[in-house]
Design a protein around this ligand. Structure first.
Ligand code: NZQ
Ligand code: ZN
Length: 392
């Protein structure tokens, strides 16, 4: 086990009706807030009306900025920064999923920065403060409700980059599983693929003596798969959504990755797909992950045997570990299929013409300084291209 520093202070208010006391929860922290949301689901569901009623009752003033798109855009972040400065906003409330929360975090740090907030994403500059961000989560997926990370798309440059800083961890997040009932089936599936990937990126490691976190990862993965299938057939099943929501937070608040080298190859490869083709992050991950597994497993066969046996329930001859691994990967593909997720880049509408360009952007080779991605196996641009081709 590696040395680590674990500090994950986001407060999570979990359960039915918790969003109705948001005004009360925020009043001690801010007199005026930015209410940030997406393309309209929060209006259609009536959630926004309940939130504004709660804010009014608690005497919290607000200005609104809706319109965050999945793969949140830098241009709206700039608009949000101007609005917060003009209106003297003291806190941002993100009502939505990862895209809204990530956009809120970008605005929160941009308010205190004189240059373009894109510098943080492109140059990894440090920050010493940001406006506090609170969230009301409407889709279990990105884990942004408890992470210090934000991922933004620069639409002009066709780049999607992440940035992490502890100042960006939300002050508090409300998670009421009932708010997930209105999700369409494809967003359930995308979210599950993303939450599983957040565990995979930490689980698949060459670090040894990680029994506790191995077990935590395996439990989160099994919980996600079991409850995803329940929710798929019964989209208003509170208990299944509760398991999915809590798992999503545990998958990405850092705990299950402590003491182990992490991978993040699939996430890096996926961001290239979203940046150019605007695909849903989880759908991209569902396509890439099984291909990545096939490509890298020979570098650590026991790790993948453990996954196949402990997570996918494979049994077989220990004298043929490759067969066990391949059956584990086959079952993962089958699960993604059952959830209605795509299995190839073609199904995502991605052809072969820009695969090399994406592979070179992914490792930085396109910009003259290559940094291989991935941990379990280091991937150079040729490897990334091979994986894209494996799942084309
Ligand atoms: O915009 P609206 O109308 O609200 O519709 C959204 C959107 O179209 C809809 N939706 C959300 N809640 C709903 C709902 N529809 C009906 N009922 C509800 N209750 O779902 C669609 C997707 O929303 P989005 O916020 O994009 O989903 P998600 O939470 O999966 O976020 C994806 C983004 O998070 C980033 C991804 O890269 C991607 O840009 N990530 C952020 C991370 C982080 N900050 O720590 C880590 C992740 O790895 C991920 O990269
Ligand atoms: Zn993700």
């Amino acid at each position: 086990m590696n040395n680590f520093d674990f500090y994950a202070p986001a407060r999570i208010l979990f359960g039915r009706g918790e969003e109705n006391r948001i005004g009360q929860l925020l009043a001690p922290h801010a007199k005026k807030i930015l209410l940030h949301y997406g393309g309209g689901s929060v209006k259609r569901s009536g959630l926004l009306d309940r939130v504004t009623a709660s804010l009014k009752a608690a005497g919290v003033e607000y200005v609104e900025l809706g319109g965050v798109k999945p793969n949140p855009r830098l241009s709206l972040v700039h608009e949000g920064i101007d609005l917060c400065r003009k209106e003297n906003v003291e806190l941002i409330l993100a009502v939505g999923g990862g895209s809204v929360i990530d956009s809120a975090k970008a605005i929160a740090m941009g308010v205190y920065y004189d240059g373009d907030v894109w510098d943080m994403y492109e140059q990894g500059k440090g920050i010493d403060k940001a406006l506090p961000v609170a969230t009301i989560l409407t889709i279990p997926a990105a884990g942004s409700e408890s992470s210090g990370d934000t991922v933004i798309t620069n639409e002009e440059k066709q780049l999607k980059l992440g940035y992490g800083n502890s100042h960006l961890r939300p002050l508090l997040s409300v998670m009421n599983p009932e708010l997930f009932f209105t999700l369409p089936a494809n967003q359930l599936a995308n979210g599950v693929a993303d939450m599983m990937s957040h565990v995979f990126e930490r689980y698949f490691t060459n670090t040894t003596h990680t029994d506790l976190t191995d077990g935590l990862c395996e439990t989160v993965l099994r919980t996600l798969m079991k409850n995803a299938l329940i929710a798929k057939d019964d989209m208003t099943n509170y208990d299944a959504w509760a398991e999915l929501g809590f798992s999503g937070t545990v998958a990405h608040n850092g705990l299950v990755g402590m003491g182990r080298d992490q991978d993040w190859g699939c996430h890096n490869m996926e961001h290239e797909l979203s940046a150019i083709y605007d695909v849903a992050h989880g759908a991209g991950l569902a396509v890439l992950t099984p291909g990545w597994m096939e490509y890298v497993y020979k570098d650590n066969v026991p790790m993948f045997v453990q996954f196949a046996v402990n997570v996918m329930g494979v049994s077989g001859s220990y004298r043929d570990p490759d067969a066990i691994v391949m059956e584990g990967i086959r079952r993962l593909r089958e699960f993604f299929r059952k959830m209605g997720l795509p299995g190839t880049l073609a199904e995502l509408g991605i052809g072969e013409d820009r695969l090399e360009e994406m592979a070179k952007k992914c490792t930085g080779a396109a910009f003259g300084s290559e940094h291989p991605v991935g941990g379990l196996k280091k991937l150079y641009w040729q490897d990334v291209l091979n994986i894209y081709k494996l799942v084309k």
